[in-house]
Design a protein around this ligand. Sequence first.
Ligand code: NI
Ligand code: MN
Length: 229
Amino acid sequence: MSTIITWLGHSCFSIRAGKHEVLVDPFLDDSPTAPLKAADVAADFILLTHGHFDHVADAVSIATRTGATVVANYEICEWLKGQGIAEENTVALNSGGEVLLPIGRVKLTTALHSSSLPDGTYGGVAGGFILSLENETLYLAGDTALTLDLKLIGLVGIDLAVIPIGDQFTMGPDDSVEAVKLLNPRQVMPCHYNTWPPIKQDAAAWADRIRSDTAAEPIVLQPGEEFSF
Ligand code: NI
Ligand code: MN
């Protein structure tokens, strides 16, 4: 079965994996670039990379409405329970841990970033995800700086890496090119840029650098656009 990934702006993605809808870092209602609202999105699974508002803002409302299973670090899962999400609808991981879910294997990777929840609660350690789907391996970096850990993450063999390029809060375009060299994915997609003026970036120029300096193929979407494998 084919896999389709749709960029919903910022770091939010919807991934259709077989018959399952996977929603990553839902930030829709208050996002200046989101093509749809939280009330209009489907989800069987919700993956949260860390606790910052621009990654979890709509997680509780969508999980409550859809009954989706939320996969996140332990601290975020504890916080979700306090927000009324049933424990059986959460899957708690910690860095390096992997679980087998109906969509495939899901591993929480390290990321070099902070993590606190919108109400100030400690949000555990920021992470990313490796999704080993039926036919593809996806890496969703979450918010991260350039770090040598990316070399280890890439050892799994990544088909598509989704990485931040916005700068200021995450790695920027220069470091993201180095990150792609470490990850060595077949294809790479940028995120966490153009949401607000401080993280405005030229994605076309970035794509040219990926083509000339790395072995990966850049995939640049507009919010609302999809890419299928
Ligand atoms: Ni963040
Ligand atoms: Mn962020």
